[in-house]
Design a protein around this ligand. Structure first.
Ligand code: ZN
Length: 410
């Protein structure tokens, strides 16, 4: 049975390999920079007290935006970044991706927080996307903040732009999904496409970046790469290795399904082997990276076993390309660990070494009992099994059983 599986898969992989030989963007671009250099990027940080307050009050992660911002501030990182006030997205701006019917419905029910409107079910509202008063304003704030960040990159106000309260990658054009009411990642990519021919989306959230992949599944101008947990019954249920895009977008969606328990070293190995090929073959001009922190050890999702150090290594790999880069948040349900992770990543970008002891600040007590910036991996087993198979298509790296990492196709 195993043999049959591999025979079928290898024949598919050889087809892919053949296709890639004919890839239109094969002009290889060497990675500028060197992974040992200290990062010190010109960074734009999208922030206003009003924006944080809006995200705190309506999100599925109460006060998380405040916790993240407060920790970044407490470590003295704000002084090293350009702080830019986000604008609120207009309905026309959100309609670049979302349908008028969805946005108009969201606006209507947002007025009084009507959670019982019979039409809401058609738009994915209810259950894990509850309707509360002001939900439209929240969506417009998040969408606007990511658009502001993207505009800063277009205007060359920074090499990197951050919206940690963004990254809501599940929302569809006419449907809220998985806590996501607006797909700000898609809006950010569309904004960058106004100037850049090829935009790469990289998603390291625990969950498949389905909304973004769907949005661009038919185009070769946006490549989406998602590394995620893929397991029966696990949300959203998509993102298998064989899902590679459709029509003109075929081969421009890359999915790396993983099993529970993966830790920093193996994740980084898989990430770099995929991304080296993606960078060479797609040759992106700009990058949007979603850095959901629900992969962290200690997250209630209890799936991956990562630490901020591993994610930072992945981020560094992307930053070494020296491309305009938009960084977004995403999931992250252990709020303190999420704040630890994104603060550590912000410090990494800025070339700042952060003290292990959490500085005294408004949310200090949330970081007990150790009050330390580090996150220790738990002792759960890594369910991903790695082995190498030699094939005519090259070295095959097998991750998980029986799924294969996309590295095998190159
Ligand atoms: Zn997630």
């Amino acid at each position: 049975m195993c043999l049959t599986f591999y025979e079928v898969l290898l024949s598919k992989l050889q087809q892919v390999h053949y296709f890639l030989k004919k890839w239109p963007n094969l002009t290889s671009m060497s990675c500028k920079g060197n992974s040992n250099e200290t990062l010190k990027r010109k960074v734009v940080y999208v922030y206003s007290p009003q924006y944080i307050e809006t995200c705190d009050s309506l999100s599925k992660v109460p006060n998380r935006a405040s916790m993240v911002h407060s920790l970044i501030e407490a470590y003295g990182l704000l002084q090293h970044m350009s702080i830019v006030k986000p604008h609120v997205a207009t309905i026309e701006e959100m309609a670049k991706f979302h349908t008028d019917a969805y946005l108009e419905h969201l606006y209507k029910i947002s007025q009084d927080g009507d959670n019982d409107d019979p039409q809401s079910g058609d738009f994915g509202l209810g259950y894990d996307c509850p309707v509360v008063e002001g939900i439209y304003d929240y969506a417009a704030a998040v969408g606007g903040a990511t658009l502001t960040a993207a505009q800063c990159l277009l205007d060359k106000r920074g090499e990197v732009a951050i919206n940690w309260a963004g990254g809501w990658h599940h929302a569809k054009k006419d449907e809220a999904s998985g806590f996501c009411y607006v797909n700000d990642a898609v809006l950010g990519i569309l904004k960058l496409r106004e100037k850049y021919e090829r935009v790469l989306y990289v998603d390291v959230d625990l969950h498949h970046g389905d909304g973004v992949e769907d949005a661009f599944s038919f185009t070769s101008k946006v490549m989406t790469v998602s590394l995620h947990k893929f397991s029966p019954g696990f949300f959203p249920g998509t993102g298998d290795l064989c899902d590679t895009g459709l029509g003109k977008g075929r081969w421009y969606a890359v999915n790396v399904p993983l099993d529970d328990g993966i830790k920093d070293d193996r994740y980084f190995q898989v990430f770099t082997s995929v991304m080296q090929e993606v960078q060479t073959l797609f040759n992106p001009e700009a990058v949007v990276m979603q850095l959901g922190a629900d992969t962290m050890a200690g997250d209630p999702m209890c799936s991956f076993n990562m630490t901020p150090v591993g994610v930072a290594k992945c981020l560094r790999h992307v930053l070494d390309w020296h491309l305009p880069t938009l960084l977004l948040g995403g999931g992250g349900y252990n709020l303190a660990n999420t704040a630890r992770c994104w603060t550590y990543l912000t410090g990494t970008l800025l070339g700042q070494t952060l003290a292990s002891e959490i500085p005294d600040h408004e949310f200090f007590t949330e970081y007990g009992p150790d009050y330390s910036l580090e996150i220790s991996p738990s002792c759960r087993p890594d369910r991903n099994e790695t082995k190498h198979l030699d094939t005519p298509a090259g070295v095959v790296l097998v991750v998980g059983k029986p799924r294969m990492c996309v590295r095998c196709i190159w």
